[in-house]
Design a protein around this ligand. Structure first.
Ligand code: ZN
Ligand code: ZN
Length: 266
């Protein structure tokens, strides 16, 4: 086939493809967005709300509108969270929340690049390879992972590991209890619910390790706290947490009581 004709046929094929699969933002479904941009348009990207200081130096909870001289929050003063510190890149509000839900519950895997970018933009500049021994994703229970087809924390941790050269260690922790949804639980109930949910894998040692735990969403810190406690009890020297998003703040009491209005499914 003459070269010119082949080129023209390819152009027609691409035009037909873009009719069948319009390159449209999959969050607002209005603006153009390409696969290379994870199908997220510039307007939706502009609505992302980064976590900005001031926030709790331990759990990263933003001090919303408060003028405070404290470096840690009421929760961290009353209950040790289990990890050294936790940080999140952005607030878990739309459009990020919509992308997380689509990615996790509807297998809209094209959002993975967008979410990984948000995490890397904030976390990577602060993570120096010599300071950390490994990135460890928060594990899913095997039943849940089979049902979902993937562990989002594992995939996000793998991307961050590639960027930072901090080795990925996905086979350190396991989830031994398929914990039910925590959506309606208070912070105290969540911590109780998570007791015994994770364990170190057999014949693994984390003695002296400096571990960066990775998850998609930080809600009350009960999940990452439970993982961190196991790692610390097993001899890890330091455990910190990075997540893509942080559930928007809740009207907790200073003692951590009160229910947490977390968006369904997180
Ligand atoms: Zn959009
Ligand atoms: Zn705190």
């Amino acid at each position: 086939m003459p070269h010119d004709l082949r080129r023209r046929l390819e152009a027609w094929a691409n035009a037909a493809l873009s009719l069948a699969y319009p390159e449209l933002c999959q969050l607002c479904e209005r603006e153009p967005a390409t696969p290379a941009r994870s199908y997220v348009c510039d307007a939706c990207r502009a609505k992302v709300r980064p976590v900005e200081p001031p926030f709790c130096s331990v759990c990263g909870r933003p001090f919303q509108g408060e003028v405070t001289t404290e470096s840690d929050c009421g929760h961290c003063r009353t209950t040790a969270p289990g990890f050294d510190w936790a940080r999140s890149a952005v607030l878990a509000v739309d459009p990020v929340l919509k992308a997380i839900h689509g990615y996790k519950y509807r297998r809209q895997l094209w959002f993975e690049g967008f979410l990984a970018e948000l995490l890397a933009a904030r976390a990577a500049p602060q993570l120096s390879r010599p300071d950390w021994d490994c990135c460890v994703p928060v594990p899913l229970h095997p039943l849940k992972e089979r049902e979902r087809g993937f562990n989002q924390a594992h995939r996000l941790a793998a991307r961050l590991s590639r960027l930072t050269d901090i080795p990925l260690e996905a086979r350190v922790l396991r989830r031994v209890v398929p914990t039910p949804s925590q959506t309606r639980l208070s912070r105290g109930e969540r911590i109780e619910n998570m007791r015994g949910a994770f364990a170190l894998r057999p014949r693994r040692s984390v003695k002296g390790w400096r571990v960066m735990l990775i998850d998609d969403v930080f809600t009350t810190g009960s999940t990452s706290g439970a993982c961190a406690r196991i790692l610390r009890q097993s001899g890890a020297a330091r455990v910190a947490v990075w997540t893509v998003a942080r559930a928007s703040d809740a009207p907790w009491g200073a003692d951590g009581s009160g229910s947490v209005p977390v968006p369904a499914g997180v």
